[in-house]
Ligand binder design. Structure first.
Ligand code: 5GP
Ligand code: MN
Length: 336
């Protein structure tokens, strides 16, 4: 990593550090941030974790969660931390546009910015980067970063829980192609701290409310559309359905995977009508680049097999656009 010696020097005395991650953080974004938070505290720094927005209750069990501040809820108070910070870590995103208006505050801050991330096409706002789009999770890179600072040995149970959560959630429980032997070696080390991985799986995956599970059932039975010719499947959800089943932020997590569980499906989507916009979660198998659909049609991006975006058209128009996109990319289905 370029500049690692300068970072070592910067961290050689106690610093005020702000750690942030992308909006609506997932297990990798929050896990990476909280692992770094525990690491920085162990090294005698004064860290603070700020999320641009709130996040799913399925992550509230994580160690360190009570100390996370939410930018949306207290911009003035958090601006003070941004002004005072000497170092700002930006985790699991590489474009300041992904963190609401906090992005501009961070851009203007004189603090040194360190980006640790695995998404494509970094904007380049940072002073230092540990960036690898082949990493299965940002948490894998945070582990590597701690190692580069010579501190692998101080990774304790709390840090391990957070890093394991990041790796597990972003790798689909170790199933995606970017899970390398190295990832399993990292995981072995994390497990050796005495953390309970079964507890993490239970906390993340076995926490549904009854209404949420029935909502999933409704979506699969009534809303799943399959386009066999294009090896595509999608589920669309409107505001009324979200209200009827009391579906909150994060409650749709995992639903898109059902479109991929069909043996013939190569590309899948979850299309959700939110308050003012329509959000899309896109998934694919093999080398079908679903991030290109996200980028070209839905102002988004992501990884080759998992991407997302936003549509400013209505739900029906968005669905039509998704179908159009799948047709345009049909040729790419041939090798999958
Ligand atoms: P999810 O479907 O789980 O919300 O997102 C899957 C992946 O797609 C994320 O890890 C992220 O890389 C990417 N992604 C989701 N939404 C957006 C978006 O609005 N913009 C960009 N650039 N990427 C997104
Ligand atoms: Mn990630």
């Amino acid at each position: 990593m370029q500049g690692i010696d300068e970072i070592k020097t910067l961290l050689s005395e106690p610093r005020k550090v702000l750690v942030t991650m992308h909006r609506k953080p997932d297990g990798d974004a929050l896990g990476s941030a909280l692992a770094l938070y525990f690491y920085l505290m162990a090294k005698g720094h004064d860290p603070i974790v700020v999320s641009p927005t709130d996040y799913g209750v399925y992550l509230h069990w994580m160690p360190g969660n009570p100390s996370v501040l939410i930018w949306e809820e207290n911009k003035k108070g958090i601006q003070k931390y941004i002004d005072q910070a000497e170092l700002i870590f930006c985790l699991d995103f590489n474009n300041l546009g992904r963190i609401e208006d906090m992005g501009e505050s961070i851009r203007l801050s004189p603090a040194k910015k360190i980006m640790i991330d695995h998404h494509l096409e970094p904007e380049g706002f940072e002073d230092y980067r540990l960036w690898n789009p082949e990493a299965c999770a940002t948490a894998e890179l945070v582990y590597k970063f701690i190692g580069l600072l010579g501190d692998e040995a101080i990774i304790d149970k709390n840090m391990a829980i957070c890093l394991y959560t990041g790796i597990m959630t972003d790798s689909g429980s170790f199933q995606y192609s970017n899970v390398s032997p190295q990832v399993h070696l990292i995981t072995a080390h994390l497990m050796s701290t005495g953390m309970d991985h079964t507890m993490i799986h239970r906390n993340i995956y076995d926490t549904m409310k009854e209404s949420q599970l029935r909502f999933f059932g409704h979506c699969i039975k009534e809303k799943l559309v399959i386009l066999p010719k294009f090896r595509a499947a999608y589920i669309s959800v409107n505001k009324e359905e979200l209200r009827q089943y009391n579906i909150l932020t994060g409650d749709t997590e995992g639903l898109v995977n059902y479109t991929m569980s069909l043996s013939e499906t190569v590309v899948g989507a979850l299309i959700v009508e939110r308050d003012k916009v329509v959000k899309l979660s896109l998934r694919s198998k093999g080398n079908f680049p679903v991030n290109e659909i996200a980028k070209k049609y839905f102002h988004g991006g992501g990884h080759i097999n998992a991407a997302g975006g936003t549509s400013y058209e209505n739900l029906q128009q968005t669905i039509a656009k998704f179908e159009e996109a799948v047709k345009e990319f049909e040729i790419l289905l041939l090798n999958n």
